[in-house]
Write a protein that binds this ligand. Structure first.
Ligand code: IMP
Ligand code: MG
Length: 176
């Protein structure tokens, strides 16, 4: 199987969108500390760029890592934590940062999990909202791009651990 990468979101457009997202977030939280939690590994580049667009001194960063099982249509998705948040989240304004929301199972699980830490607020931020395979409705407060379908790589997103380092976002096209 040959893989060809088709550019779908160029680097310049991602940069522009991140600036917009950061401005919206700052508008919603005009002052005070913000705690950003990225989901590893996919969100590492997005989170790094997003927090650098936030213009205030009080910004905290942490990560969670999850493992997902059973994404076939017949099985129920199951999500487990392999690396938990280490910061204290109680009373904080938390923004959960995902690279891409597909079925929604990961984010739905994480919202529940983070709620147990009693933050003051939880907002969700996804670079890409991919609609076609959504299984559970999750509330997305900040969305970069909405796409219907396609397997995407680059800018943190991988296909079998490849392509995370690319600066733009591409669709993987497979052919014989
Ligand atoms: P969900 O639980 O189905 O919403 O899956 C979310 C996770 O699946 C994302 O954080 C990604 O790690 C992975 N994923 C879903 N779609 C894609 C894609 O198109 N490219 C790369 N990873 C993806
Ligand atoms: Mg991910």
């Amino acid at each position: 199987m040959k893989e060809t990468l088709l550019e779908v979101i160029p680097q310049a457009l991602i940069k522009e969108k991140i600036q917009e997202l950061a401005e919206t977030i700052e508008g919603d939280f005009p002052e005070g500390p913000l705690t950003f939690i990225g989901t590893l590994k996919g969100a590492f580049i997005f989170l790094a760029d997003l927090v650098r667009a936030i213009k205030r001194k009080e910004v905290e960063v942490d990560f969670v890592r999850v493992k997902s099982y059973g994404y076939s249509d017949t099985s129920k998705g199951e999500v487990t934590i392999t690396k938990d948040v280490e910061l204290k989240l109680e009373g904080k304004n938390v923004i959960l940062v995902e690279d891409i929301v597909d079925t929604g199972l990961t984010l739905a699980f994480l919202i529940k999990h983070i709620s147990l830490h009693n933050p003051k607020t939880i907002k969700t931020c996804a670079l890409i909202d991919k609609r076609e395979r959504r299984k559970v409705e999750v509330n997305l407060d900040y969305v970069g791009f909405t796409l219907e379908r396609g397997f995407l790589v680059g800018y943190g997103l991988d296909y079998g651990e490849k392509y995370r380092h690319l600066s733009s976002i591409y669709e993987v096209i497979k052919s014989e």
